[in-house]
Every structure is written in structure tokens, then in C-alpha cells.
Design a protein around this ligand. Structure first.
Ligand SMILES: [Zn+2]
Ligand SMILES: [Zn+2]
Length: 393
């Protein structure tokens, strides 16, 4: 089997705190977030959550996979590239050896792991992301528009997920107009003192070889991580909000997206703080009560969530956080132009969740909902940066 791993060389931009693989910006999220986001969409009665998740994946991977093709590759080579990309990004182990007979299988799955960790078993198959991935890469490799249906899923106890290709598709591939948006990168020193040497933490983590293992999964910090092109998250969020807004449910939809990230952060960074990596790299630098917050912000930068800076901090009570280049706001601008409302729902939930995790007592469930936050300005609406104000309820 050919080696394509050098094609995946990840570039970490330490000015912008963004990660790029194959020329696409990617963000790292964990299996709790992936599955929770899917559940938020699917559980809405007002929005066709599953097709929307699938369309976003189809659009993104039809464009993304060809980034990794090399001259003179055969179709068979390109299926291998797709398997290898899927595993490298941490989605799981995908087998395309029977794809020309219309069958694909996965034996491990980032999304199934996330679902089982958060919500237990379910009866209906859940791998909509992989259905969209397959529709996108089949188009990229063969030029055919197809539907892919998951016939059996690990989530309900099968030994592997089984996908079948349906060639009877007339509808064109999902398409979304996108226009690049420029932004000016400002310096990002925190306006509040901490003992954390952010640069050293970022360097140590950014140099870690984080990519899929032989099972195509990325177990780290007590969770499973995955790299996902930010366009996927942006489209999911934009399409979901637009659908909900048409039903006059903008407020409810915003709450759900914020809750998804908030819940994830309380769980995930809770896990991070119990991990060996945190003990080795961050704990030795913690001298004062504000330091853990700055340790977590350093980690958020490493995940590729953008350039964050603390503007104001009242220990345990209030946090004002600035994000200079959030992928949500820039994504909104590039797909939709200027918006009338702030759009950084993931980061709003994240800002709330870190305060709850660090400064509320009790179990994760008890911490949840003890802080409230608002995005007071957003790049999506033409501001220079996004600002999140979090306070105790
Ligand atoms: Zn499945
Ligand atoms: Zn914003």
C-alpha cells in the first residue's frame, strides 16, 4: 500500500492558532461534541437534521479529498487515499475494497464512540457523517452522484457499520457558494496576568503527533479527537440556524447549539484536566487560582479554535474573552456575507463551559447551567473581533 502520510502534514499557524491540513482549515473536537452536535440536529422536529448533516459532509469531502490526489494515481489508489484520510483525521477504520460492488464498511467509528459514551445504544443507524463523506468522495473519485445508505450500524450492536451505494441519484451534488474573507491578525496578549507560559504549552502540544492510530481513532486526553474541516461545522450551524429561524425558533436554536458546546466543554476539559498530558505540561506552571483558566485557553488555541485573549477576569465570577479570528464568524462571512446576529454559538458555549468547569461545585451535571454568557460583538456582523461576556447566574 502506498504511503500518503506526508501529504497530511499538519501546519499549525501559531499567530492565528489555526490548524491547516491539505490547504483546508481544520479544528479538533472530541467525540462528545461530534455526537452531541448530531443529536441536537437530529432531535429537532422542525429541521431535517440528518440530511443537513449529510449534505455538509458531502460538500466538504468532495472538495477536500482531491487535495490529496497525486498525478498518475489510479482509481484504486484514490480509494486508498480516501480510506487513509478518513483514518488520519480520526473518524475510524473505513474499508472500500468492495466499493465497486457498492459496499463500504467501517469497523471503528468516532461518532459511534461519542454516541455510546453520551447516550448509549440506539436502534436506527447513526453514521450520517460517513454517508455524506462517502457521497462526497465517490463524486471526487468517479464523478458519479450517488446516495449512500447505512444498512447496519455498530451503535446497535453490529460488528461493523455497513453502507450501500445507490446509483439512482438525479439530484446534483450539494453546493454552497463561498467567498474568502480577509482579516487582520492583531496581537493577542492577555490583558490579565497569569503564570502560564502559553507559548511553551502550545509548542509542546502542537508538536505531539496527533493523528489516527491503526484503528483510525485519536485517543488523547481521555477522549477521542478528530480533525474536521471547519467548513463542515460552519455549514451545519448556518443551515440549522436558517431552518430554525424560518420557523421563528432562532432563540431556541441558539440555546441548543450553545448547550451542545457547553456540555461538551465541561466533560471534555474535565477529562483533559485529569489526563497525564495536563499533569505533565500545565500543572507545574500553576501557581495561582487564575492559572488553570489560562492553561485551558492555551489548549483551546492548540485545538485550532483561533486566537483567544482574556480581556477581563473576576476570579470565579466573570470572564470577558476576545476571539480575533473565530472559524464560526469567518465561516459565516464567507458563506453568507455580513449577518445581523452574532454567530459564534460554539465559542459562546465553550466560554460558558470553562467557567462552570473551573468555578462551580459538584458533578458535571450540577455545574452545567450555573454561568450565562452573551456574545456582545461578532466579526459576522462586521466587528473587528468577537467578544464573549460570561457571568455567574
Ligand atoms: Zn454506523
Ligand atoms: Zn463571533
Amino acid at each position: 500500500m502506498m504511503t500518503v502520510s506526508h501529504l497530511y502534514n499538519m501546519h499549525y499557524n501559531d499567530d492565528a492558532h489555526r490548524r491547516v491540513i491539505g490547504g483546508f482549515e481544520v479544528a479538533i473536537h472530541c467525540h462528545h461534541y461530534s455526537a452531541r452536535l448530531q443529536r441536537t440536529l437530529e432531535s429537532s422536529k422542525q429541521v431535517p437534521g440528518k440530511p443537513l448533516f449529510l449534505q455538509a459532509a458531502e460538500y466538504v469531502f468532495a472538495r477536500y479529498l482531491p487535495r490529496f490526489f497525486q498525478p498518475e494515481q489510479t482509481i484504486r489508489d484514490k480509494w486508498k487515499v480516501a480510506e487513509s484520510l478518513y483514518a488520519h483525521l480520526g473518524y475510524g477504520k473505513l474499508y472500500l475494497d468492495e466499493i465497486e460492488q457498492g459496499i463500504a464498511r467501517t469497523t471503528t467509528s468516532h461518532f459511534v464512540e461519542g454516541w455510546q459514551a453520551g447516550f448509549g445504544e440506539r436502534i436506527e443507524p447513526m453514521c450520517s457523517f460517513t454517508e455524506g463523506f462517502l457521497q462526497g468522495i465517490i463524486y471526487a473519485i468517479t464523478g458519479n452522484t450517488v446516495y449512500v445508505h447505512e444498512e447496519q450500524c455498530k451503535v446497535s450492536g453490529h460488528p461493523f457499520c455497513l453502507f450501500r451505494v445507490d446509483q439512482q441519484r438525479v439530484a446534483p451534488l450539494a453546493h454552497f457558494e463561498k467567498h474568502p474573507v480577509d482579516f487582520t491578525q492583531k496581537i493577542s496578549e492577555h490583558a490579565v496576568f497569569s503564570n502560564i507560559d502559553e507559548i511553551s504549552i502550545i509548542q509542546s502540544f502542537a508538536e505531539m503527533p496527533i493523528h489516527g492510530n491503526e484503528d483510525g481513532l485519536i485517543p488523547a486526553f481521555g477522549v477521542y479527537l478528530a480533525y474536521t474541516p471547519v467548513d463542515f461545522f460552519n455549514l451545519v450551524s448556518i443551515l440549522y440556524m436558517e431552518n430554525m429561524r424560518q420557523k421563528n425558533l432562532f432563540g431556541a436554536a441558539k440555546r441548543l447549539l450553545v448547550d451542545t458546546a457547553e456540555n461538551c466543554v465541561v466533560n471534555t476539559f474535565g477529562g483533559f484536566m485529569n489526563s497525564q498530558e495536563w499533569q505533565q505540561l500545565v500543572v507545574p506552571q500553576i501557581k495561582d487560582a487564575q492559572d488553570p483558566l489560562f492553561g485551558i485557553i492555551a489548549l483551546m488555541k492548540v485545538l485550532g479554535w483561533g486566537n483567544l485573549r482574556v480581556l477581563e477576569f473576576d476570579l470565579g465570577e466573570r470572564l470577558v474573552l476576545e476571539l480575533l479570528n473565530g472559524y464560526e464568524a469567518l465561516g459565516f462571512r464567507s458563506f453568507r456575507g455580513l449577518g445581523s446576529h452574532p454567530q459564534c454559538f460554539m465559542m459562546l458555549g465553550v466560554a460558558t463551559g470553562i467557567m462552570e468547569l473551573l468555578y462551580s461545585e459538584g458533578t458535571y451535571q450540577e455545574k452545567f447551567g450555573t454561568f450565562i454568557a452573551e456574545e456582545t460583538q461578532c466579526i459576522a456582523c462586521g466587528a473587528e473581533s468577537c467578544i464573549f461576556e460570561v457571568r455567574r447566574l
